[in-house]
Design a binder for this molecule. Structure first.
Ligand SMILES: C[S@@+](CC[C@H](N)C(=O)[O-])C[C@H]1O[C@@H](n2cnc3c(N)ncnc32)[C@H](O)[C@@H]1O
Length: 509
């Protein structure tokens, strides 16, 4: 029997892989996007299943919400029946799409049969319906609300949830406010875990520090101990055969409800089948105990650690500099009647990302698809800033841009005007609503465009937007360092990247 087990469980995984490929090929593209149907290939599913800590014995209850063709369940059951055949396993798989029920039921039956052939015991249940309604007890049709689970394994669907959506309200009623279906699935996974139960998941990386995920992170981190976090060095490796371009993270966490924190194993690889580099990080390095944003810092190797340490040793947070950063206040579709294509009497400059040149604002840009000006009147005045030096940062960098953070200076000498409007797609550094000293603005701009900051932001930011919250959470050089850097930028020319980095190296050690 012992020699037979690996062959039998490998076959279970291979048959499931065929069902996954067949069901994936049969999906309608529109529905696929709507239901987030990007299935986990077998090597990734095996890797995720390998992260569980095996229980000592007895019975285990497994939940696979949004199960697709059952790939994660098959890999987990394969591992359990091979390594702990004495366990009594019960699986609940939930899937909303009726088109997948035949394949999923076949995988579940396959688990039962394979286990039986090995003398192990698996019983299965397929919940044919919406996981959110079932897990929150709002769906009377699916029977009793679920009991706690020992393992929750998931590759949840990804979709934004509207603020007033039914899903969002019912998830908030039992767990936390959250803005995406994937974090809703995770929150409910946590909610349904037994004490000491484990959650294994592959998800987008955005929840680790995206501003909209803050309440979710708080809920999650107060209840769960992160045991293992794995990131991929390239964006699209995991779902290489499904066209998904996303930064993913695989993690394993245990429900401890805030009990003592041990180390976290942080690892990276280029793909799920290539060599894994890993290290053990102190918990406080991954989740800073005092951090009110509850960011999850995933630094995978020594270089990352050095980068995180040098960032942490920078002398100032923004309030220490008496600076603030805000998202541009002019939301163009809300102020449409006040916008003008070109400058005219009574109007002031309106700055969009398209006005951002090399280090400076170029205004106006004639013939662009966006407006150049906003009328100054009692309704718009509060949306604008007085004339001064400001540092402007793009919220979204384009694919062609080399750096994640792109910053320029608004220079009042180049664009004399009464006030300035900044549009919502840029962030603006200001000092209590007014401009910064010119030198400081120029130094801050150089700092924000430096390679060292770019590497830090890239490594520790899972999402590609640069929001005001992200900038608020960075540390900065002090005033003297910023001014000294600013003095070395001669106006009229934008330094090459090496020169910027050299200025930063000379002034910030
Ligand atoms: C990202 S796929 C992953 C499937 C499978 N777990 C895997 O790893 O291959 C997400 C699955 O969730 C299902 N799904 C989407 N919304 C759902 C909901 N509200 N309730 C249950 N399942 C849902 C989709 O149909 C899809 O099969």
């Amino acid at each position: 029997m012992a020699t037979e087990a690996p062959a039998l469980t490998t076959d279970l995984v291979l048959r499931t892989e065929s069902r996954r490929k067949e069901s994936s090929a049969a999906l309608d593209a529109g529905r696929r996007g709507e239901l987030g149907q990007f299935f986990t290939p077998a090597p990734a599913a095996d890797f995720i299943a390998s992260l569980i800590k095996l229980p000592r014995g007895g019975s285990v209850r497994i939940l696979d919400p949004g199960a697709g063709a059952g790939s994660l369940t098959a890999s987990l059951v394969a591992r359990l029946i091979e390594e702990s055949p004495e366990l009594k396993i019960s699986v609940t798989a939930c899937e909303v799409d009726p088109q997948l029920h035949t394949a999923l039921q076949a995988t579940l039956d396959d688990c039962v049969d394979t286990a039986a052939r090995l003398g192990a015991h698996v019983d299965v249940r397929l919940v044919r319906g919406d996981f959110i309604a079932w897990a929150t007890g709002t769906d009377r049709m699916s029977g009793q609300p679920p009991e706690p689970f020992d393992f929750v394994i998931m590759n949840p669907p990804y979709k934004k949830l509207a603020a007033n959506s039914r899903e969002r309200k019912s998830v908030a009623a039992v767990s936390t406010e959250t803005s995406n279906l994937y974090s809703a699935f995770m929150a409910l996974g946590v909610h349904l875990l037994s004490d000491g139960g484990q959650l294994m998941a592959i998800t987008p990386r955005s929840f680790t520090n995206g501003p909209y995920f803050r309440p979710f992170r708080k809920y999650f981190l107060e209840r769960m101990h992160l045991d293992r976090v794995h990131v991929f060095e390239a964006r699209n490796r995991v779902f290489a055969d499904t066209d998904v371009l996303q930064e993913n993270v695989i993690f394993a966490a245990t429900r401890t409800d805030g009990a003592e924190r041990g180390p976290v194993v942080v690892s990276t690889s280029r793909s799920y089948s290539e060599a894994v580099r890993q290290r053990s990080a102190p918990y406080a390095e991954v989740v800073h105990p005092e951090d009110r944003e509850h960011f999850i810092h995933i630094s995978a190797d020594e270089e990352d650690t050095a980068l995180a340490a040098s960032h942490a040793s920078l002398p100032c947070a923004l309030p220490d500099l008496d600076l603030q950063v805000s998202t541009g206040r002019v939301v163009d579709f809300r102020s449409r009647e006040h916008l003008r294509p070109d400058d005219m009497p009574g109007a002031v400059p309106l700055i969009y990302p398209l006005h951002m040149g090399q280090g400076v604002i170029r205004w106006p840009v004639r013939g662009a698809r966006k407006n150049n000006a906003i009328m100054l009147n009692p309704q718009t005045e509060k949306l604008t800033f007085p004339l001064g030096h400001y540092v402007v940062v793009k919220r979204l960098s384009s694919k062609e841009e080399k750096r994640r953070v792109v910053a320029v200076v608004f220079d009042p000498e180049q664009i004399p005007c009464e006030r300035i409007g900044f549009e919502n797609h840029v962030n603006v550094f200001h000092s209590n609503g007014s401009g910064l000293p010119g030198e400081v603005a120029r130094g801050l701009c150089l700092w924000l465009n430096s390679t060292i900051l770019d590497r830090y932001v890239r490594r520790f930011s899972g999402h590609t937007q640069v929001n005001a919250t992200d900038l608020r959470n960075l540390r900065y050089p002090n005033m003297a360092q910023l001014s000294a850097m600013g003095r070395s930028w001669r106006s009229g020319s934008w330094p090459a990247q090496e020169e910027i980095d050299e200025v930063v190296r000379r002034n910030v050690d």
